[in-house]
Design a protein around this ligand. Structure first.
Ligand code: UD1
Length: 421
């Protein structure tokens, strides 16, 4: 098993390019199941989640190959298969997005339920509600979602809000279902994340008719066919946030380039409140030290609010801020497994229901810690950058699911860390 050894105490300085967004490419790939021709997708990060989605598409009759370091080619070849293999769905929740394309083009689908995960209970009831409103019949048997659309999918007016607000996953599912459905689909309480807008842009280039992406009301007019296109994926706002926080926690000066600052307004606002100097340009953002970090009170929300995917990294940053900070988690109330591991490094964080109270400016010291999920692994690396001595971060498979060479990027900024067997 590999782990990462982080030698703390090195100030980060320099400029680093951000890659394509994991959460944008993952919903784009299943769209290939519905398109004619060979799709080229650029700015694709090298991640195990992307490899898993490619494997899943291959198992469903597509070719999916790298044609360059960050360029993928995907082409639908054979429409016979309609069952997603359990071993792939188990690895990655986003696998559930093949459900709608399979229903739309093959009239049936069997997809194992992805189940819960370490960031909490993650139901798929809203995905099912959306598809059923569009004419699918869905049963849960033997741990599988077995879906049939005997007369094809049709448009519908669907309210898609849940207990925790809108759902990125369910919005993607209904969009994928709606593009080839008969008639018009109107979606209320749609997720507004930039990755949803990116999917809509790509689908529209393929011939779909989607209006309103980026707002809570989506209108999708079904079309007869979709054609594969050449598409460039948006930058990863969470990778950008992670690198900016890495700069801030080390009192360094870090610039991230090839980013969309407008996708990061909540993160930048929180950084400024925490007394980080932030300079924004058209396609880049720079942070630098502005005196001691200050405690803040942050709540995660759906976009454009503070993203839950940057919550763990922010918590690591706030261990270095003066006073008490409060972080409230509104999307995944149990997404706090990193607290125990940060406390192993000497942080003083207490969890109370869906809130974390961070007592800042504790001296962190290196220890062996376990990365419990993707963003937790980034948080532990950030904490390791300022901990005295060596921090060993174990279970790197989580990191590799969602960060493309994070350690190389940090090293280029002056961090001292290595991956060891
Ligand atoms: C996506 C992102 C993930 C991010 C999350 C929230 C991808 C691949 N993953 O996950 O990185 O953390 O959005 O921004 O893009 N819910 C239900 N029923 C459902 C679906 C969701 O109750 O059928 C709940 C969830 O448990 C959660 C909330 O809705 O509390 C939001 O979840 P959702 O937006 O669907 O997250 P994902 O799409 O799984």
């Amino acid at each position: 098993m590999e782990h990462l050894v982080v030698h703390g105490g090195h100030r980060l300085d320099g400029s680093v390019q951000v890659g394509g967004a994991k959460n944008a490419i993952l919903p784009l790939l299943p769209a290939a199941l519905m398109a004619k021709g060979k799709a080229i997708i650029r700015n694709v990060p090298r991640l195990t989640d992307v490899e898993t989605m490619m494997e899943l598409l291959r198992s469903l009759g597509c070719t999916a190959e790298w044609e360059g370091e960050h360029r993928l080619a995907v082409e639908r070849q054979d429409d016979a298969a309609f069952e997603a293999p359990l071993e792939l769905v188990r690895k990655m929740r986003a696998s559930i997005w093949v459900l709608a394309p399979l229903l739309a083009t093959r009239g049936q689908a069997v997809v194992p339920l992805p189940g819960g995960c370490v960031i909490g209970d993650r139901p798929v009831d809203m995905h099912i509600k959306g598809l059923c409103a569009m004419g699918a019949e869905i049963e849960i048997t033997g741990g599988n979602l077995t879906a049939i659309a005997q007369n094809g999918l049709h448009g519908a007016e669907i309210y898609l809000g849940g207990h925790f607000g809108s759902s990125v996953g369910a919005t993607v599912q209904v969009m994928l279902a709606g593009v080839l459905a008969k008639g018009k689909t109107i979606l209320h309480s749609a997720a507004c994340e930039p990755e949803i807008s990116d999917l809509a842009n790509c689908l529209n280039l393929m011939g779909a008719k989607i209006l309103g992406a980026g707002s809570p009301r989506l209108e999708i007019e079904g079309v007869e066919e979709l054609n594969a296109v050449d598409y460039y994926v948006i930058p990863d706002r969470i990778e950008a946030a992670t690198l900016l926080m890495a700069g801030a926690i080390t009192d360094g000066e870090v610039e991230v380039t090839d980013v969309r600052p407008d996708h990061l307004s909540a993160v930048l606002s929180s950084l400024r409140q925490a007394n980080v100097f932030v300079e924004v340009n058209e396609r880049s953002i720079r942070v630098r030290n502005n005196g001691p970090l200050k405690s803040i009170d942050v709540t995660t929300h759906q976009y454009p609010g503070f993203p839950t995917d940057a919550q763990a990294q922010l918590m690591a940053l706030l261990t270095n801020a003066e006073g008490y900070s409060i972080i409230s988690e509104q999307i995944f109330p149990d997404r706090f497994r990193h607290i125990g591991e940060l406390n192993r490094l000497g942080a003083n964080i207490r969890k109370a229901t869906n809130h974390a109270i961070v007592r800042g400016r504790q001296t962190l010291t290196g220890a062996r810690v376990e990365a419990t999920d993707l963003r937790a692994s980034a948080a532990l690396i950030l904490a390791g950058l300022v901990a005295e001595g060596e921090t060993e971060v174990e279970q790197l498979e989580h990191l590799d699911r969602g960060y493309d060479r994070l350690e190389d990027k940090l090293r280029a900024l002056g961090a001292v860390l290595e991956r060891v067997a």
